[in-house]
Design a protein around this ligand. Structure first.
Ligand SMILES: NC(=O)c1ccc[n+]([C@@H]2O[C@H](COP(=O)([O-])OP(=O)(O)OC[C@H]3O[C@@H](n4cnc5c(N)ncnc54)[C@H](O)[C@@H]3O)[C@@H](O)[C@H]2O)c1
Length: 309
């Protein structure tokens, strides 16, 4: 078969699954992002299996989803309590949970991973899932900072692997970045775009480059704000006011840093600095390092650049 090119094989293997709509979704990781994605997918009529490492976490995830749906129902069915209750019951009936990722992946159209941001762990998970998931199943990662190509390399389905990058809080944020690697087939990419639209989101197409679109612009912006502070060229309060009133941003960069999590931003910038050490936009910061070493991660720990108590 030496005359069949690599591209030709990709076309053949993927065309067999052309236009298959994603109906059944397995979401691995029931944390902040996974639970949010599960809620949106279930609300839009998809059958969802939410997977995490233990029952306690899953109970917290489903209670979180239910609580969030209650808030939606309160707004949507203000004076129709029964309709609200029915809405919640219908959505929750679309969600089941499991602690066994392997059996959950045995019959699903899409495996969407939202576990810890660690390349080796993600590769290990997808490598194992690749052995049990049906041939038509698309794999996608919600990673914020790791190359999709590196995660996909642990599998034999490079043509059916892409990125779906959601934003926090998932039920509120309209954007999904859909990421294709150089090996992602057009059919897979189209399915991921169609799935994002079916969730009621607005997808944008991205290449597999550091930070995709949003974080590639946002992280260097936040880091520049920290560098401005480090040089003593402005106080954090003034920099925040300046960007809100001067640029019309809803939050200043330091408020945004605290909201995103300083540990997360440090993890991203350190990873980029390692890969692209000469890029001045991707340099690590001493102030950020100090705050993170003191456990000051932002809003979630009660203190970051600002105090929240
Ligand atoms: N938090 C954000 O704002 C945000 C935004 C976009 C993308 N992301 C990305 O989404 C992913 C998840 O982030 P998060 O904020 O939801 O994290 P999180 O810590 O809230 O949740 C991760 C969940 O994954 C579970 N988990 C870990 N290893 C697992 C495994 N092997 N099998 C099953 N479950 C496992 C953990 O128990 C936890 O419940 C990361 O890759 C992150 O980069 C996060």
């Amino acid at each position: 078969m030496a005359f069949v090119t690599h591209q030709g094989i990709r076309r053949l293997s993927s065309s067999a699954f052309r236009n298959a709509a994603i109906k059944h979704v397995t979401i691995i990781g029931g944390g902040l992002m996974g639970a949010g994605i599960a809620q949106v997918a279930a609300t839009t009529g998809h059958s969802v299996v939410l997977v995490d490492t233990n029952e306690e976490i899953l109970k917290k995830s489903t209670m979180g989803i239910e609580g969030s749906l209650k808030r939606v129902a309160k707004k949507k069915f203000a004076d129709k309590q029964e309709a609200g209750a029915e809405f919640i019951a219908t959505v929750m009936a679309n969600v089941s949970t499991s602690t066994d990722a392997m059996s959950a992946a045995e019959s699903t159209d899409l495996v969407l991973e939202a576990i810890v941001e660690n390349l080796k762990i993600k590769q290990g998970l997808f490598g194992a899932l690749d052995k049990v998931a049906p041939a038509h199943t698309i794999f996608a990662s919600n990673t914020s900072s790791l190359p999709i190509t590196d995660i996909a390399s642990s599998t034999g389905r490079l043509d059916r692997f892409g990125g779906l990058h959601f934003f926090n809080p998932v039920p509120m944020m309209k954007l999904v970045e859909v990421i294709g690697t150089s090996a992602t087939s057009q059919e897979t990419f189209d399915s991921l775009l169609a799935f994002s639209k079916a969730l009621g989101k607005t997808p944008v197409s991205c290449k597999d480059t550091p930070g995709f679109i949003v974080n590639r612009l946002l992280v260097p912006y936040m880091m520049e704000a920290i560098r401005l502070l480090e040089r003593g060229h402005g106080s954090k309060e003034d920099i925040d006011i300046a960007m809100k009133l001067g640029a019309g941003y809803p939050m200043g960069p330091f408020e945004l840093l605290d909201y995103v999590g300083l540990d997360t931003v440090k993890f991203i910038i350190d990873g980029w600095a390692e890969k692209d050490p000469d890029n001045p936009l991707m340099q690590p910061s001493e102030v950020l390092k100090k705050l993170v070493s003191e456990g000051k991660f932002g809003k979630k720990t009660g203190e970051g650049f600002y105090k929240y108590k």
